[in-house]
Design a protein around this ligand. Structure first.
Ligand code: ADP
Length: 199
């Protein structure tokens, strides 16, 4: 049973690492960004509401995001653990998550911060814009997303550091190296992958 959060600026590689960690620790990776994007694509009511915020690089309102994540965390596959990627992003979302966890008698094991220099992430996002054509990877929007991160999300790092949960990882370097840094740091805290002995 492992419960993890991944936090870090846009372009730090959260999505990439989330998929790998989910497989290693045998837990679902839950990305609010992916859930919103699939709702936009399928033109659901939620997607219609979220789209303008996403395209502008703003956070989707907490009321929508909290309702979505509460629903998702109630799913059976989350009983044995989960990895949240891109949530919480605001103080209000931290409160919501705290309430959810307390209500279920759950606790987080660690909060993994992917540390990356803003200039590096802007370059990565420029590349991703060319490759994937994500509507919020336009350069001006990217700058705005970084600013939203700095103002609304970065303060959460101190909150989790204060709780002794923060694991800081250098997110610059080959993807495999970053994964290795994360699993090593988690193992040092007594958090290991279920079948790591056989790997
Ligand atoms: P990145 O981490 O690269 O910014 P994400 O895929 O995590 O990309 O998020 C893309 C967009 O989805 C965000 O800019 C925001 O509009 C919306 N979003 C994702 N997660 C949240 C959240 N927890 N709260 C509010 N909005 C969110």
């Amino acid at each position: 049973m492992t419960r993890l959060l991944l936090i870090g600026p846009p372009g730090a590689g959260k999505g990439t690492q989330a998929v790998r960690l989910a497989e290693l620790y045998a837990i679902p990776a839950i990305s609010t960004g992916d859930i919103f994007r699939s709702n936009v694509k399928n033109e659901t009511e939620l997607g219609t509401k979220a789209k303008a915020y996403m395209d502008a690089g703003d956070n989707v309102p907490d009321s929508l995001t909290n309702a979505l994540i509460r629903d998702r965390l109630e799913d059976a596959d989350c009983r044995e653990g989960f990895l949240l990627d891109g949530y919480p992003r605001t103080q209000d979302q931290v409160r919501e998550l705290d309430e959810f966890l307390a209500g279920h008698g759950f606790a987080l094991d660690a909060v993994v911060e992917l540390v990356a220099d803003p200039d590096v992430v802007v370059d990565r996002l420029r590349l991703r814009a060319a490759e994937q054509g994500r509507s919020d990877d336009d350069e001006a929007v990217v700058r705005h997303r970084l600013e939203v991160y700095r103002v609304q999300t970065e303060p959460l790092i101190d909150v989790y550091a204060g709780r002794g949960m923060l694991v800081e990882i250098d997110a610059i370097g080959p993807i495999d190296d970053v994964t290795e840094r994360i699993t090593t740091a988690l193992a040092e805290r007594g958090i290991s992958a279920p079948d790591s002995a056989t790997r």
